[in-house]
Ligand binder design. Structure first.
Ligand code: OFO
Length: 177
């Protein structure tokens, strides 16, 4: 049984995950518009992943008998000064998400709500991975540079990440009974 405060915060997180999905889908479209097909594919996959993060929270609320509430939300930005500026925005957004997860963990710990504390551990680990992933893309952008054919090579590097994510998703599906 969740407290009203915890239900509110989990609902807030559900809506943040939906916003993250909208943000990455919009960024994917911006990349496709710029013929950065590898980045477009990677971000489209990432938009789908954010909806799985949302569903995990939604199911948890349902299991406790609570109601999930989907709110209206602001539209994501649809213009970016550069590919680098776009990935910097993603990195800052993921740091914000980590901050919100940490707040949730703090609430679960202080209430105390040990079931939710345990449930949230998956998000703690996921945020660590996501920050690492986007920081590594920014590092690659800095290394390759965006002059000349730089954007083309960056797009190829990000396409490799999209392909490895796609393979991981396929093998997970195959492993399911
Ligand atoms: Fe990109 O992270 Fe959700 O939680």
């Amino acid at each position: 049984m969740l407290t009203p405060a915890m239900i509110d915060r989990l609902n807030e997180q559900i809506n943040l995950e939906i916003y993250s999905s909208h943000l990455y889908l919009q960024m994917s479209s911006w990349c496709a518009h710029k013929s950065l097909d590898g980045c477009a594919q990677f971000l489209s996959q990432h938009a789908d992943e954010e909806m799985t993060h949302m569903r995990r929270l939604l199911n948890y609320l349902h299991e406790t008998g609570a109601l999930a509430i989907i709110s209206s939300m602001e539209a994501p930005p649809h213009y970016f000064d550069s590919l680098q500026a776009m990935f910097e925005k993603i990195y800052a957004h993921e740091q914000f998400v980590t901050h919100k997860i940490n707040d949730l963990v703090h609430l679960a710990n202080t209430e105390p709500d040990y079931a939710t504390l345990q449930f949230l551990q998956w998000y703690v680990a996921e945020q660590h991975q996501e920050e690492f992933l986007f920081k590594s893309i920014l590092d690659k952008i800095a290394l390759i540079g965006t002059e000349g054919q730089g954007l083309f090579f960056i797009d190829q590097e990000v396409a490799k990440l999209a392909a490895s994510k796609g393979m991981a998703a396929t093998s997970m599906e195959a492993a399911q009974p």
